[in-house]
Design a protein around this ligand. Sequence first.
Ligand SMILES: [Zn+2]
Length: 249
Amino acid sequence: MGAQLMDLPMQTIPRDYWFHFLKTLLCLLVVVLLLFLSACSGGESSSGSKEAGSPSGNYSYLYKYNAYRLDGHTVRWASNTIPVSGATRAGWKKAVRRWSTVRFEFVTAKPSSGIQILGYDDLGNVCGLSSFTYDSAGTMDSCEIEINILHNEMNCGLTTDTITHEMGHCIGVFKHTRDGGLMDEKVSGSRDISTAVTDMLQLLYALAPGTDINDQLAARRPGKTRGKSRYQPDGGTRYSGGLAVIAHH
Ligand SMILES: [Zn+2]
């Protein structure tokens, strides 16, 4: 047996062979290790740039007019195409379509989830009214629009402008602006949709319903972190809200 082990001429070639094999294997291991490390650091940098990858826009404005309702989570329709019923009068469809960020699908029957223009009603001293519901995961469920039956006698401006205004609430502008534009509380001189509102809706519909925008806000709200958030990922709670536009006296 000893003689067999000492049979060097037979062993020399395989030994060299093994040495080269191991050396190649070691090199391969190093290469694989380097690839693995670079893949890891690549992954880290991509997750680190997640914030930078978020759509740009005015997040504090989005919070002020929309996401405040769910403590920093956005509220919008699940789809960018929203069913609308009751846009039956002259110019009403056009008034709805003035919101170009989203699409509208005009339907004849009450949508299971969507916007209903109920028409004219006695609303007291307000020109128009919108009442909406959404769930705690940030998905809009319904919105109803009513126009005062005395709209034309009340210094309310054009009915179509009131329709556009109420539609603005229905698609996510949950507070009145004070910029002299269409989403102001009182019927004012300008009936144009302000750029700030258009930009906000573009940002809102670039994000999924219920998106947490708290990290995008310059000033954190320490009071909000305590206590239970109104946002719940399961959407188990339903909330409602309403806004009225009043005549300019
Ligand atoms: Zn309003």
